[in-house]
Design a protein around this ligand. Structure first.
Ligand SMILES: Cc1cc2nc3c(=O)[nH]c(=O)nc-3n(C[C@H](O)[C@H](O)[C@H](O)COP(=O)(O)OP(=O)(O)OC[C@H]3O[C@@H](n4cnc5c(N)ncnc54)[C@H](O)[C@@H]3O)c2cc1C
Length: 402
């Protein structure tokens, strides 16, 4: 077992860390307060190649592996969750889905400009009446010649008002006995007539990001924009979640690290009862637990990234990494506030933002309850992974970097 990062991995870490720490950390509090996404974020991430980090060069990407994607997410969320959310939806949920399931034409038309960051992508699964229970969705796509007519509303969609393209799942067949089998996936350009979108305000966290709704009213989507076969929508959505959840796991690991570092710094500055508070064992216990959860979360996501590199199915391992890291990041942020006392309770320090942001990741991309059901299902042999018609390609440096 080789736990060492390569020179390329370290280069990615440094590049992303410098961007996040030097360009974003200094302004993030203002944008979080204003509940707006900083306008420079997406263009700058595109310019640095972060938006196409793990795609083959020939597809517009940077030719790095899936571990690089995880390392980038860890660095981004160590500054703010909204940066990592961009990676989760643009890269994990949408573009990696295109790499896995797309035709050559779809890869050229959609993945290539997305990997270059010329087009921004989002993922539309959740609806006002259907979240965890995906198959309860009400959106429909009715076949009409060589087009589909799309109707419905997607809710809680990250980057809804920033994206050019959305991967949308809708019902194409209402007559199947199992409603999961009646769904199909589509790549929808959001400038098509009949598409409207807007932002949701008043969120607890990810306030410096964009979360919104997208409505489709008689939107005509050409058949060539259907991703995969008719009826594969649920399977495709779940495979996209295997990739999105990986980025969430890696990002939450970064949030634990940020909580730990903030706590160490404060514990060595603040004095009570004549000594720095880091000398108190109960404060040390909180810091030790953050160390423990950071190291465990990191190993879990690196294992999932390694499995992706090898082309191994990783639904189980990625779910565990996501569940563990997101719960642990919430606990770490909460304890970091405790270490900061009253100061942690105000936005003078970053830790209150960490807590608000951490809560979201326990809800999206599978709530922690859903991940517990997944893990128990595997352990009890109630659940098994059948081979997919299209698997995420294994990382192959010879192919990726030419
Ligand atoms: C900030 C943010 C960004 C998001 N971005 C996106 C996005 O880009 N694209 C997208 O498609 N969606 C997105 N979502 C939506 C997210 O994926 C859903 O909120 C999530 O899947 C949960 O669905 P729900 O909110 O409808 O909750 P529900 O499914 O209604 O669940 C409510 C509660 O019931 C519990 N529950 C439900 N079923 C079970 C069960 N079988 N057993 C035990 N408990 C259960 C849940 O765990 C939860 O605690 C985002 C959400 C947030 C908050």
């Amino acid at each position: 077992m080789d736990f060492a990062l390569t020179d390329e991995h370290r280069m990615v870490q440094n590049l992303v860390r410098e961007f996040a720490q030097n360009e974003v950390a200094t302004v993030i509090k203002d944008f979080d307060r204003a509940q707006e996404m900083a306008p420079f974020i997406l263009p700058r991430m595109a310019e640095l190649g972060i938006l196409g980090i793990c795609f083959p060069v020939k597809n517009g990407g940077q030719g790095m592996d899936y571990i690089s994607l995880g390392l980038a997410c860890e660095e981004l969320e160590a500054v703010d969750s909204t940066l990592r959310v961009v990676m989760s939806v643009h890269v994990g949920l949408n573009s990696m889905g295109l790499l896995q399931w797309g035709t050559e034409d779809q890869i050229q038309r959609f993945l290539l400009p997305q990997a270059r960051g010329e087009k921004i992508a989002c993922f539309g699964l959740t609806e006002p009446g259907a979240g965890s229970d995906v198959a309860a969705m009400a959106s429909t796509a009715k076949k009409n010649g060589d087009e589909y007519i799309l109707n419905g509303e997607k809710m809680w969609i990250s980057l809804a008002t920033k994206a050019d393209n959305a991967l949308v799942v809708a019902r194409t067949n209402p007559d199947v006995s199992d409603p999961h089998d009646g769904l199909s996936a589509f790549i929808v350009e959001l400038d098509r007539p009949g598409v409207t979108c807007g932002d949701i305000h008043g969120k607890l966290g990810v306030r410096a990001g964009s979360t919104g709704f997208i409505s489709f009213q008689d939107v005509r989507v050409p058949e060539v924009n259907r991703l995969g076969e008719e009826g594969e929508g649920f399977i495709i959505a779940m495979s996209c979640l295997d990739n999105g959840r990986y980025t969430v796991a890696a990002g939450a690991t970064g949030l634990i690290r940020a909580s730990l570092n903030a706590s160490i710094k404060y514990a060595q500055e603040r004095e009570a009862f004549g000594r720095e508070i880091g000398k108190f064992q109960l404060v040390q216990q909180k810091i030790a637990r953050m160390v423990q959860s950071y190291e465990a979360a990191r190993l879990l996501y690196l294992r999932a990234g390694w499995m992706k590199n090898q082309g191994l199915r990783n639904t189980r391992e990625t779910s565990l990494a996501k569940w563990y890291a997101t719960d642990a990041s919430f606990d770490a942020a909460s304890e970091a506030i405790q270490v900061h006392g009253a100061y942690g309770y105000s936005d003078e320090y970053d830790v209150e933002r960490y807590l608000r942001n951490a809560k979201g990741a326990i809800i999206y991309e599978g709530t922690s309850e859903i991940h517990q059901l997944i893990q128990a299902g595997y352990a009890l042999n109630y659940r098994d992974d059948r081979p997919l018609r299209c698997e995420l390609p294994a990382y192959d440096v010879e192919v990726w970097q030419i």
